[in-house]
Design a protein around this ligand. Sequence first.
Ligand code: CMP
Length: 133
Amino acid sequence: MLTLAIIKPDAVAARHTGKIIAHLEAEGFQIRDAQMVRLTKSRAESFYEVHRERPFFRPLVTFMTSGPALALALERDDAVTHLRKVIGATDPAQADAGTIRRLYAQSKERNAIHASDSPENAAREVAFFFPTR
Ligand code: CMP
């Protein structure tokens, strides 16, 4: 089973990409696809469509378009649930010790990594970046 991760612009700029990939591989994920992306405003709006009415939507789009990010299609048993566990809570202050967000995120918005939150969204999000999968 595949899920989508995005190493966000804050973590790429801080040069945490390698450590985050090592963490994901140590958790048993195989990288099936990877692409450095610079999201445009319209691509970011479309990716985060479900959050369009939320107060954090505009700043989220601005942040996600602020620099390069790394999209990863990751495979593992129970990939969606396991990746959510490994990244930790949205707010790094609430994230368990040892999770990627606790280790590398700065705030609820600049939170280092995205992961699909359901199998349905994983299928949509993998196809968003890797349409041939
Ligand atoms: P992500 O997993 O990429 O999905 C939606 C993103 O919105 C989330 O990570 C956060 O980076 C961002 N966000 C910013 N503020 C909030 C908030 N108050 N609640 C939830 N998500 C937020």
